[in-house]
Design a protein around this ligand. Structure first.
Ligand code: XLS
Ligand code: CA
Ligand code: CA
Length: 438
């Protein structure tokens, strides 16, 4: 049975195509630098937004028209798997991602839940034998169920800590079975509402203990995927512990966990943390910890996590700039952690939205590659910092200077020659590249 019968395989038709269900810029085989677009971009489909989300928002009921809406329980879960693999095939998506609860319904006990999960994972495993779509990452949902009201690994309730550990244990087994490239930890409720009732030190120590147990268990079962922490400052918790990449690095280093983790960086979470997307990517990159990306965008007029499909070309260009500079994403990819707007309720909108996101990142890739190839920003930056190539600057870099020699250098100096940072010129330059890349 076809779930998306109005859609055939999405093809690349080029920038002038008028076909909404075709790629205009994403041409998987096109070579950019040393690899193909497909190899650079490693797109992933998020199971939760694409196959599970029904349009519910805090003010309204579900409204999405989906071919599986009449089904319930395990029948619904199975239909979604069938639909998902049809979708991946038609979109030519190399990867997908899911939370445990996205793919199978929860039972009354973990034993029952795991039984449901096993049945669906069997089915997914079967599909994956013939599909080219691979698992970018899976994760455990430890935020929706009421038991997680005070957190998971940071809960004040040790039974909840244990339950969370058992869920991740299962998640790692599933990851190994399905050959996941990564395993993600997003701590939606790992934080606090008020310090009046919180033992912050114990909660953070417990979170570290939890991560260490995950590292140990992965080793024990031979799961070799990359562990990723996904920072987010707030939502649903008022103050989340993995606030942003810098906070995450400090946490990992304090507990000696940094060798085992990289970051999964989401654009909308960067915005919520008061950063640009490229800032978070840069912080991770220069620390050797850029793992994967949740490719979406927020709405500057709304202050919350709107998870929109990415269409801002300036943002995709600056993001791809960091990714290319990183030498690509390795085991990571660009997962569309993005949902169609409530008004976009037709099944075909799922394709339209992914095409928009894939084309936007393809443009970003091409423009960023050209910017790097032409050395425009690199040359500008090298010149801007040239005072460190000789004289006192070189001595600072080489560790030969101290406060006394530096004082000597400036004590009688009357003029300090600064030059313009020319940020407007550089922004216009990026625009020029954007407008002339195709
Ligand atoms: C929520 C997060 C979540 C993670 C996976 O804001 O983005 O969806 O990506 O749990
Ligand atoms: Ca995310
Ligand atoms: Ca989000």
């Amino acid at each position: 049975m076809a779930y998306f019968e109005n859609v055939s395989k999405i093809q690349y038709e080029g920038p002038t195509s008028k076909n909404a269900l075709a790629f205009k810029f994403y041409n998987p085989e096109e070579i950019i630098g040393d690899r193909t677009m497909e190899e650079w971009l490693r797109f992933g489909v998020a199971y939760w937004h694409t196959f599970t989300y029904d349009g519910t928002d805090p003010f309204g009921h579900g409204n999405m028209i989906r071919p599986w809406n009449h089904l319930k329980g395990m029948e619904l879960a199975k239909a979604r798997v069938e639909a998902a693999f049809e979708f991946f095939e038609k979109l030519n998506a190399p990867f997908f991602c899911f939370h445990d609860v996205d793919i199978a319904p929860e039972g009354e006990t973990l034993r029952e839940t795991n039984k449901n999960l096993d049945e669906i994972v069997d089915m997914i495993e079967d599909y994956m034998k013939t599909s080219k779509t691979k698992l970018l990452w899976n994760t455990a949902n430890m935020f929706s169920h009421p038991r997680f009201v005070h957190g998971a690994a940071t809960s004040c309730n040790a039974d909840v800590f244990a339950f969370s550990a058992a869920k991740v244990k299962k998640g790692l087994e599933v990851a190994k079975r399905l050959g996941a490239e990564n395993y993600v930890f997003w701590g939606g409720r790992e934080g606090y509402e008020s310090l009046l009732n919180t033992d912050m030190r114990l909660e953070q120590d417990n979170l570290a203990r939890f991560f260490q147990m995950a590292v140990d268990y992965a080793k024990e079962i031979g799961f070799s995927g990359q562990f990723l922490i996904e920072p987010k400052p707030k939502e649903p918790t008022k103050h989340q512990y993995d606030f942003d990449v810098a906070t995450g690095i400090a946490f990992l280093k304090k507990y000696n966990l940094d060798p085992y983790f990289k970051f999964n960086i989401e654009a909308n979470h960067a915005t919520l943390a008061g950063h640009t997307f490229e800032h978070e990517l840069r912080v991770a990159r220069i620390n050797g910890m850029l793992g994967s990306v949740d490719a979406n965008q927020g709405d500057p007029l709304l202050g919350w996590d709107t998870d929109e499909f990415p269409t801002d070309l300036n943002a995709t260009t600056l993001a791809m700039y960091e990714i290319i500079k990183n030498g690509g994403l390795g085991k990571g990819g660009l997962n569309f952690d993005a949902k169609v707007r409530r008004g976009s309720f037709e099944p075909e909108d799922l394709f339209r939205a992914h095409i928009a996101g894939m084309d936007s990142f393809a443009v970003g890739l091409k423009v960023a590659h050209k910017l790097i190839e032409d050395h425009v920003l690199d040359d500008f930056i090298a010149n801007r910092y040239r005072s460190y190539n000789e004289g006192i600057g070189k001595e600072i870099i080489q560790g030969k200077a101290d406060f006394k020699t530096l004082e000597e250098h400036v004590l009688d100096m009357k003029e300090f020659k600064n030059e313009s940072g020319r940020v407007e010129e550089l922004r216009a330059l990026v625009n020029q590249y954007l407008l002339t890349a195709f």
